[in-house]
Design a protein. Structure first.
Length: 227
């Protein structure tokens, strides 16, 4: 394990609760009612992907200009909520600190736009991350592999040598398709199990040694399956 690649929303900080509020406000604005199923389908998604889900759910004409303006409104609303503070997920801050002390390179890999990520970093702390990759900086966001491929490239590492930490279906698929072993810490939605994934209930359960062991175990399992 040469680096750790962190998802942000729902993994480091419990910001999905803010997104819940913002999504309900968006549906109020558009004259609809947000169902739990639709909300779950948007967790971890890119701005464009979320807009496609919302517009299809509400039967709205998917006009690109209108969808972009709606995405802007949603991000501005969420940014105001972020500015009120972001609660840490259990064990996340402590693990960040320990990884930093041990000199493990880290990247933040998020589908959230750069402008909103910068405001979140006011709470999280920029000093932990050698690089940050946002959803509006790649050709395709999660679940496509682009964000994790770019993060590994910027760190000068192979994705296989990086452990990704994720909470969502889209994020896990993105990291896995990029070639990263994935530590899954589900937050608001269930994430299916898979051969390149390890599930835990909380980041408080692991330390740096445990992360290294998980990465090595997943790496060995992959080698055995492809041998």
């Amino acid at each position: 394990m040469r680096a750790v690649l962190w998802d942000m929303d729902g993994t480091l900080v419990d910001s999905e609760k803010h997104w819940d509020v913002a999504m309900r406000a968006l549906y109020d604005r558009l004259g609809g009612v947000l169902s739990p199923e639709v909300r779950a389908s948007t967790v971890g998604g890119s701005a464009e992907g979320v807009m496609r889900i919302v517009y299809a759910d509400l039967g709205l004409e998917p006009d690109p200009v209108d969808m972009a303006a709606t995405a802007d409104w949603l991000h501005e609303y969420t940014a105001d909520l972020f500015d009120q503070g972001l609660p840490w997920c259990e064990g996340a801050r402590e693990l960040l600190e320990t990884l930093a002390i041990e000199g493990v390179p880290m990247a933040l890999v998020t589908n959230t736009r750069r402008s909103l990520t910068e405001r979140a970093l006011n709470s999280i702390g920029r000093q932990y991350f050698s690089v940050t990759v946002c959803g509006d900086e790649v050709a395709a966001g999660k679940p496509a592999p682009d964000p994790y491929e770019l993060a590994a490239e910027l760190l000068g590492e192979s994705p296989e040598d990086c452990l990704a930490i994720e909470d969502s279906v889209a994020g896990t698929a993105s990291a896995e398709s990029a070639g990263c072993p994935v530590l899954v810490v589900p937050n608001d939605v269930d994430v299916p199990r898979g051969p390149r994934r390890r599930h835990i209930r909380s980041l408080a359960e692991v330390d740096v040694a445990a992360l290294r062991a998980i990465h090595a175990e997943l790496d060995n399992e992959l080698e055995e399956r492809t041998a």
